[in-house]
Design a protein around this ligand. Structure first.
Ligand code: PLP
Length: 392
């Protein structure tokens, strides 16, 4: 028998996926730490706070009771119920339990949405800059991201005019985030409504990632379901609920889509993580909610500290973010190459931040994202180090 050599190349799609640079920076930062360096972490988008105690205790109880088997692919009925109730108590919107699909993080929800709605060759419109992984979910199903440039002068938000202008015959919808990563921009109820009109007139899908809901500082935030009941909502326990590592999120979808999602979820995931679901049942109780409110206030205090401090150093931050936990800053006074700047800052000053090019192509070269996911004391040390670095 002639021995055939196995083709030792991975699939071509891997080459089309850009690296998630923030994770590269994090890896390097951890390496420096293991060599004894002290690093101020302003790169990674996850709350520094541990998961609220009532949630962790609920998980311990679930484990002790042996709740470690698969659940329904759509999630525990009682968790779906609690999520549906949350929409009524928070936004006054009635959502049926059957519209709620529990997922493996917002990431799982985004993947399911792409698989469910996007045919090969179709595109979804999205803001540039925006959350980088979105375009890769589309690539996986043979679709494409139609990146629409947005700027600080409209709060980095997609407008109905921009949406109409960039819509193509192969567009099948729009994927928005409010509050947005990396800009913290929030879309008003009116804008969500008007965007919904543009999408509906073209028989497209309106998908809104609301993962940073709950983390807003002054502006009121509206779920898209208030103005577009047929929209698809993506959300997660990762950010506001402080459960990044539990890998749990959800979607709200029109009931007609549920059988399709169920089929996909059964095949791709079997079920969302069981212990995490039992833990999340406690996420809506008053004690846990109180802890989350205290954290929201801590994030606001951090934003109010870091924004003027960075502006004082010469970073241009024209837009004061109203949500999430990021500042999207222009570093053009200091560099033409934000990516190189981030690495220098890490290596020479011990401050980890994320280069704007992670988030798209539109004027991202000199942009930097600062995450205020560490204490004010640590942020102060970071600011002092950046100041020293800039005056070297
Ligand atoms: C806008 C946005 N959507 C989705 C995700 C993925 O979140 P999850 O941890 O729920 O998968 C993130 C993570 O940073 C994000 O910023």
């Amino acid at each position: 028998m002639i021995e055939q050599e196995l083709p030792r190349r991975w699939a071509k799609r891997v080459d089309r996926v850009a690296p998630f640079r923030v994770m590269e920076i994090l890896t390097r930062a951890k390496q420096l730490e293991s060599e004894g360096a002290d690093i101020i972490h302003m790169e990674v988008g996850e709350p520094d706070f541990p998961t609220p105690k009532p949630i962790a205790e609920a998980a311990e109880r679930a484990l002790a009771a042996g709740k470690t088997h698969y659940t329904s692919a759509l999630g525990l009925p009682e968790l779906r119920e609690k999520i549906a109730d949350y929409y009524f108590s928070t936004y006054g919107v009635r959502v049926k339990r059957d519209q709620v699909v529990v997922t493996t993080g917002a990431s799982g929800a985004l993947l399911l949405a792409a698989a469910l709605l996007v045919n090969p060759g179709d595109n979804l419109l999205m803001a540039d800059p925006g959350y980088p992984c979105n375009r890769h979910f589309l690539q996986l199903v043979g679709g494409e991201a139609m990146m629409v440039p947005v700027d600080a002068n409209n709060g980095y938000g997609l407008t109905p005019e921009l949406l109409a202008k960039h819509w193509t015959p192969t567009s099948c919808g729009v994927l928005l985030a409010s509050p947005a990563n990396p800009t913290g921009g929030i879309l008003s109820k009116q804008v969500l409504n008007d965007l919904g009109d543009v999408v509906r007139a073209r028989q497209g899908w309106m998908i809104v990632d609301e993962i940073y809901h709950g983390l807003t500082y002054g502006s009121s935030v509206h779920t898209v379901l208030e103005s577009c009941p047929d929209a698809i909502v993506i959300n997660s326990f990762s950010k506001y609920f402080g459960m990044t590592g539990w890998r749990l999120g959800w979607m709200i979808v029109p009931e007609a889509l549920v059988p399709g999602i169920e089929k996909l979820a059964q095949n791709y995931f079997i079920s969302p993580p069981t212990v995490s679901q039992y833990a999340a049942l406690a996420a809506f109780n008053p004690l846990a909610q109180q802890e989350m409110e205290e954290r929201r206030l801590a994030f606001k205090a951090r934003r109010d500290f870091l924004l003027p401090a960075l502006r004082g150093l010469g970073f241009d931050i024209p837009h004061c973010p109203q949500g999430a936990f990021y500042l999207y800053a222009n570093a053009q006074r200091f560099t033409e190459n934000g990516y190189a700047f981030c690495y220098q800052l890490l290596e020479e000053a011990g401050v980890a931040v994320t280069p704007g090019i992670d988030f798209g192509c539109h004027r991202t070269q000199q942009m930097i994202r600062f995450a205020y996911t560490t204490s004010i004391d640590r942020l102060q040390i970071g600011v002092d180090r950046i100041e020293k670095f800039l005056s070297r």
